[in-house]
Design a protein around this ligand. Sequence first.
Ligand SMILES: C[S@@+](CC[C@H](N)C(=O)[O-])C[C@H]1O[C@@H](n2cnc3c(N)ncnc32)[C@H](O)[C@@H]1O
Length: 333
Amino acid sequence: PTLGRLLRARLETLIPHSYGRLADLARRFREPVKKRFKTMSQRRHFWEDIIEGPVAEMVYSNRDAEAEQALQKAIEQAGSEQLAKGEVYLVGAGPGDPDLLTFRALRLMQMADVVLYDRLVSPQILDLVRREAEQIYVGKKRAYHAVRQEEINQLLVDLAKQGKRVLRLKGGDPFIFGRGGEEISGLADEGIPFQVVPGVTAAAGCASYAGIPLTHRDYAQSVMFVTGQLKDGTVDLQWQALAQPRQTVVVYMGLAGLEIICNKLIEHGVSPDMQAALVQQGTTVSQRVFTGTLSNLSQLVSEHEVRAPTLLIIGEVVQLHERFGWYQPTADS
Ligand SMILES: C[S@@+](CC[C@H](N)C(=O)[O-])C[C@H]1O[C@@H](n2cnc3c(N)ncnc32)[C@H](O)[C@@H]1O
């Protein structure tokens, strides 16, 4: 019975809440489809495409009128090349642990014809993408295969125009230091349908798995997410705003500029003894957490050979890690 209950829960997660509305739509179009397709097998194929394709996705994302039009068009154009209309899914894959994917992310991953992924998407997550989907690595760290941002943006447009369901899988959340805005800009200009699926951003994932509440009534009433790396490679932040008391500062991509960041904060009035944490590969089985202070953090990096992806958390809340650090992955977990 326990296994049965677990399986039932698992199945329910795969069935979107708006399935009822999709069923209603399908019911209304039953007769026209019957008229248009003479054999049972033609009808089955048609409905499979609809239920697993963009029309269903439109319903799930509350675009019912658009879905109805698309279904009407699909019936009229059935058999012609026009039927296949591409769509792009910009999906946040979270910080690493596959359990942190959203239901919607998982569903779209199972529907994709082609997936564009980068360095931060873990192999375990990639494993959950539809087996038949073509995989294109567009990461920026492998020198010989680096694909420029403009090329990625163009690739999304081109693949969608070929009628493909394109999954753009990104680490964390696409709209938090993820260039999501840049990637959908070309799609918006070209009128290509797309949807954006939020993911657990590194700050939320790393903080939870390191047992560091980003806000806490006793220590921090606000939290700031900043990037330690600007487009031109410099670190130029609003130091005064970051140096405010009772605030947690989370720095993405902060390793390269770590020393500058710590020194600037101290210069702007933060105590050199202010606690700070480095969370490397947060939420994964390789997670490592190091805590120290603004004055000795750089030393910790070289001592422990801390490498990207690492998130920097600065603030009094960091002291809670010692009591709340619940996630202790073992080598074989
Ligand atoms: C280009 S940003 C992408 C952020 C992503 N869009 C998000 O919402 O998490 C990459 C930086 O995010 C942080 N990061 C992403 N995943 C991480 C993880 N699992 N552990 C620690 N830091 C991570 C690191 O600071 C890394 O350099």
